[in-house]
Design a protein around this ligand. Structure first.
Ligand SMILES: [Fe+2]
Ligand SMILES: [Fe+2]
Length: 453
């Protein structure tokens, strides 16, 4: 991949040299052309007859983000308009395509929380960038930042474009991105070796395969679950617990399936199977994380339909696994913050600084190695930045369920701005605050009864 920046007056000629696969965006007096699968020298040769064509290329073939930032720097980061986001989105698409045979890059080079935390730590500059009429539309930046941060900086002192440029230079974007990538690779290499510890119990894989099958007979499902006697007894214990409050005794999995329905039993079986993974970390931490995961799973299942996320089964699973990455890190003795509240940008940025990869990315990586459906991988990866998700309604559902579970209410300052916007335009916006608080309380109580079963 190369990027060529061509002065506008040569645009027609330049367009003649570009191929169908290449991306083109007009930006003020320039044409920015992204050349797919092309080295800089080849790009320069192709555009040789154009004066001042500027070809930049990443040192590492996959390093598109650095290239993008270099291109921005050449354009002095001025005049940022919707093209920045559009171009970035197209580059991301190409990048995803290019990294197909290198599965790990997708997780290492995805989100860059340090950059967002950096922006969030400079509310004055952020406000200036977002409000300055001369360089409008940086509004996409605020999609990535929690609502409380960009909406209410304490005091806005005059900031100039030069201040911002200096700040960005001083921050050393490229070096930090490189360090993240290097650390991320090492971390994943280390975790790959102990992957067997995190093998999804084989029964769970069968359960996942069943999940899409709506016409599944109760007996068939029961047959699969009954292959695992521990799972069977746990399921029966739970369905006979106060959580469900049935008056008569349920004594077979098949009966449980008939009464509760396929989805509910699949959720239950999946939860119990995943619980085994938690046994690899310290009992107190595991208990806390387990309870939290179950609350988020149940809240996601409840909230999903109000946010046009119709697949309840999937909301449950992503809610249940949203912090899978934390379990993996903790198992290896890494310190992971964000237990007292939903992980903040600072928490995620420090995970990235320490290991090159956040718990959201780590969870997605493990889920992919478990062959979980792409929708689940995507949901895990983006539960803290829903606007990056392919299925935004699923990511927003889990993001908000996470905030609800931690805070007991809808705390706008903890909710990502894009998620807040999505929420306010959905059916969920008409649910009263009291209903939210009451539901969280009920779910938390019910989950406690599951844990006691
Ligand atoms: Fe998380
Ligand atoms: Fe969480």
């Amino acid at each position: 991949m190369s990027i060529v920046v061509v002065p506008e007056r040569y645009a027609d000629k330049a367009l003649g040299y570009k191929r169908d696969v290449d991306t083109v965006v007009r930006m003020r007096d320039y044409l920015v052309i992204g050349l797919f699968n092309t080295q800089a020298d080849e790009a320069s040769a192709r555009f040789l007859s154009l004066p001042k064509g500027i070809a930049v290329h990443p040192q590492d073939g996959n390093d598109i983000e650095t290239l993008f930032i270099e291109a921005l720097e050449r354009l002095r980061f001025t005049g940022t308009s919707p093209w920045v986001k559009r171009l970035w989105d197209s580059i991301k698409d190409i990048k995803n395509y290019e990294c197909k045979d290198d599965q790990e890059s997708r997780f290492i080079s995805s989100t860059f929380y340090q950059f967002l935390a950096f922006l969030a730590a400079h509310p004055n500059e952020l406000q200036y960038m977002l409000e300055d009429q001369a360089s409008p539309d940086l509004s996409w930046v605020k999609e990535y930042i929690p609502f409380g941060i960009w909406s209410s900086p304490e005091s806005v002192r005059p900031v100039t474009q030069a201040d911002i440029t200096t700040l960005f230079h001083a921050w050393h974007y490229k070096e930090k991105m490189d360090a993240k990538r290097e650390k991320g690779k090492n971390t994943l290499r280390r975790f790959r070796n102990i992957e067997h510890l995190f093998t999804l119990p084989s029964i769970s894989q069968e359960i996942i395969d069943l999940a899409g099958d709506t016409l599944l007979a109760a007996s068939k499902m029961a047959g699969i679950i009954e292959k695992d006697p521990v799972l069977t007894s746990r399921i029966l214990k739970v369905v006979n617990s106060a959580f469900y409050g049935f008056h008569r005794q349920i004594d077979s999995v098949e009966q449980a399936v008939v009464i509760l329905g396929n989805d509910e039993v699949i959720n239950l079986a999946f939860s119990i199977a995943i619980h085994k993974v938690l046994e690899t970390i310290s009992p107190q931490a595991a208990k806390r994380l387990w309870e939290h995961s179950l609350v988020v799973a149940h809240l996601s299942q409840w909230l999903g339909p109000h946010l046009s996320c119709t697949n309840k089964q999937r909301s449950y699973t992503v809610g249940l696994l949203h912090d899978l990455g934390k379990i993996v890190f903790m198992q290896r003795g890494y310190f992971i913050g964000g237990f007292e509240g939903p992980a903040s940008l600072e928490d995620l940025a420090s995970e990235e600084r320490d290991s090159g990869i956040s718990h959201a990315e780590m969870g997605a990586y493990i889920a992919e190695r478990w062959n979980l459906p792409e929708a689940i991988v995507d949901g895990l990866m983006n539960h803290h930045l829903p606007s990056k998700a392919r299925n935004m309604s699923l990511a927003v559902t889990v993001h908000i369920a996470d905030v609800l579970a931690h805070c007991g209410r809808l705390d706008a300052s903890k909710i990502n701005t894009a998620a807040g916007k999505f929420f306010s335009e959905s059916k969920a916006a008409s649910i009263s605050r009291e209903t939210f608080s009451r539901t969280v309380e009920n779910v938390t109580q019910r989950v406690k009864t599951i844990l006691e079963a």
